[in-house]
Write a protein that binds this ligand. Structure first.
Ligand SMILES: Nc1ncnc2c1ncn2[C@@H]1O[C@H](COP(=O)(O)OP(=O)(O)OP(=O)(O)O)[C@@H](O)[C@H]1O
Length: 300
């Protein structure tokens, strides 16, 4: 796969504050990657570095084969789509006028605008003033502006914040089509859980550093948070945690409930060895929020 973005050893300082620290990252064509991290983790700064809006203090950046900070005339800039965290829209203009304005700014023909408005699902309100748009409509118009000129790489800064689940899903459906067409899509988010099933890979940032990079399955293995098996017994064996027999390792959780933490590959054999009297057997696997918390706390 072609590399759309290659970042090597990139850091960015603002005075004493290091917003991005020694990040290596490769993003390939046709890939959809989630960039997650807490407030101030460095996500927006990294995106702005890829856009050429912010120069790195150290390291090198190539976007679509060019240095994005080389100057405004670069080909790569025209092939990049960007949806900022807070898209600035003029409330007195209609959606159609707004898109025409951005098309002129990007030197793109306006002829394809109607199709774009349809693609993002706001053709019915295209002639209404943007000031009367809902948050979801504004985000869709923002996405339409990012899609002008069929970009080969799309950088979306928290595109789904504030969208309801149905709108969020339709947003991801649009991204899936783009990716199928070969575009690279990077989207930042605070919520790892939201990205499950939507992205090929997740990059986790913490205090300017990249602390994890991989598929969600890889991150689960990396974080090594063990699953727990929980069950209820009619009568709790006395001092269960100290026993050396079949209940060794089990600890009481509450009245009649016992819990055992084990390795993923031990789950099946533990379940097979349970007595028939065991009830309400439950396997508790780490949620994506647990996983995220592990990376943010530096445990993983
Ligand atoms: N122009 C700037 N001048 C000074 N400090 C900045 C500037 N831009 C960002 N920072 C600092 O750099 C750090 C990273 O900020 P950045 O906006 O990249 O984080 P983020 O992960 O996008 O956060 P959020 O999720 O809140 O948008 C923060 O500590 C922020 O205060």
């Amino acid at each position: 796969m072609d590399a759309a973005v290659v970042i090597r050893g990139v850091s960015r300082r603002y005075g004493q504050r290091e917003a991005v620290r020694d990040v290596d990252l490769t993003l390939r064509a046709g890939e959809c990657v989630g960039l997650v991290g807490h407030n101030g983790a460095g996500k927006s700064t990294l995106i702005k570095i890829m856009l050429g809006l912010v120069r790195p203090s150290a390291g090198s950046v190539q976007v679509l084969g060019e240095d994005p900070s080389a100057g405004p005339g670069g080909r790569a800039r025209r092939e990049l789509g960007y949806l900022p965290e807070n898209v600035a829209l003029q409330p007195s203009m209609t959606g159609a006028e707004t898109l025409a304005f951005y098309a002129r700014l990007k030197r793109q023909p306006v002829a394809g605008n109607a199709a774009l408005l349809e693609r993002v699902g706001i053709e019915a309100v295209a002639h209404r003033r943007v000031g009367a748009y809902s948050k979801g409509m504004r985000q869709r118009l923002g996405l339409a502006q990012a899609l002008l000129g069929r970009p080969r790489a799309l950088l979306l800064d928290e595109p789904t914040t504030g969208l309801d689940p149905a709108l969020r899903q339709s947003f991801y459906d649009i991204l899936r089509d783009l990716r199928r067409d070969g575009a690279m899509v990077l989207l930042s988010s605070h919520a790892l859980a939201e990205l499950e099933g939507q992205v090929d890979r997740v990059v986790v940032m913490n205090q300017g550093r990249k602390v994890a990079d991989g598929g969600i399955g890889d991150l689960r293995r990396l974080a090594a948070i063990r699953p727990r098996i929980r069950l209820r017994l009619p009568r709790t064996p006395p001092a269960v945690a100290n026993r050396a027999d079949a209940w060794a390792g089990w600890s009481p959780v509450s009245d009649g409930l016992l819990e055992l933490s084990c390795e993923e590959n031990e789950v099946a054999s533990v379940l097979r060895g349970l007595p028939e009297t065991a009830r309400e057997i439950e396997i508790i696997r780490p949620s994506l929020d647990d996983l995220y918390a592990a990376f943010q706390s530096g445990v993983a």
